[in-house]
Design a protein around this ligand. Sequence first.
Ligand code: DLL
Length: 432
Amino acid sequence: MLVWNEEFEKMNRNELEQVQLERLQETLTRVYRRVAYYHNLFNEIGFDPLEISKKSDLQKIPFTTKDTLRDAYPYDMFAVPLREVVRMQSTAGTTGEALIVGYTKNDIDHWTELTARVLTAGEVVKDDIVQITFPYGLSTGGLGFHYGAEMIGASVIPSSEADIGKQATIMRDYRTTVIISAPTFAAQLAETLDEKGITPAELSLSKGLFGAEPWSDAFRKEIEQKLSISATDNYGLTEIIGPGVSYECNEKNGLHVSEDHFIPEIIDPDTGKTLPSGKKGELVISTITKEAFPLIRYRTGDITYLIEGDCPCGRTFVRMARVSERYDDMIILNGQNMFPSQFEQILTEVIGLTPTYQLVIDKADNLDELIIQVEVSSDFFSDEIKKLNQLEFHIIRDVKERLDFVPKVKFVEPGTIERKMKKKKVIDRRNK
Ligand code: DLL
């Protein structure tokens, strides 16, 4: 099995832990000196970064959350001056503004190495023709994989946000061998190929590397069969770096966490207590090489468990189980992240008051579909169809503008939304 960086990916565990400890000490010192938030926090709890002597000392430090990052918007969590930042990317905040993350030149070099590892574990080599369909914009999928694929020496097609019909033609004509995308996109592409009468036999495709959203093993089998490929899962998040945090090898038995760059922990999301390997809980990550945007004990919101022990591929990194749920209410639609509170904000602005509403998510033709159900009330009810049409138009336009997703809007009679659903804003029917 191919391994990009034998030295680190197969490092003896004792040595790896030593590397982690040294890098952790450096990072803690760095954030204490350079990030006001951590400086004040360490002072408050009486934590001296120089006195950390084992990995478990990390547990003395409180968690960093999405709210911490929101309060620091835009640049207060940056640990370098902006003149050292060579790139910025962004991801959904819990409300209002999206979060901004930054990278130094060294961060970009590390990230390139990390996605090269993901690609190599998925058996991508120099001779491959790699079609990357993730957006090359503020979200991290496109550029993150692009650099890694070029580093390997593969021929990269940055087809990015080209429409799906064009992606299908490119795939056939350019003789793409590897597709990198969100799993829902791959399924939709399989359908488009079918509609165009292009069979897998006419394609050169043999591998698919998928991530950015939860997907089941059944869905994996379906895509593998429809596209006649081998599909692997990979995981990452913008706040930590983007894609490249963890990745499956061809054993497909858990995702190897690049532990020379990240320290994973699993906690009980309700109590914050650290859980042992094998126990399911929320994934918490500390970065130990990041320069511009280091995070200590960041709560990812993703539910998983850690798998220790040898993998036949020879990598010594701990594995994490595939992520299928979140602890918070973040929703991922076709690989795009958003929060119910963002919809509430838009509805309130458009309607002028907060209506009773719920978000119903389902699959339609393999794509995620969202229906915003809004109860009409005497406060804004109008029997003028024209007025309701206008409201619908404004809601759709604002969601599209701010969240880059086109929802459907359905006005329903007062009392339609079940009382108990009034608190639980999301009904997700995708896996039903
Ligand atoms: O989704 C980075 C990425 C791009 C990963 C391309 C893999 C491939 P964000 O947009 O910040 O970053 O979203 C991060 O997406 O906290 C998870 O909830 C979810 N997620 C990412 N990968 C997976 C996966 C990118 N393989 C959030 N399985 C994370 C399940 C995933 N969920």
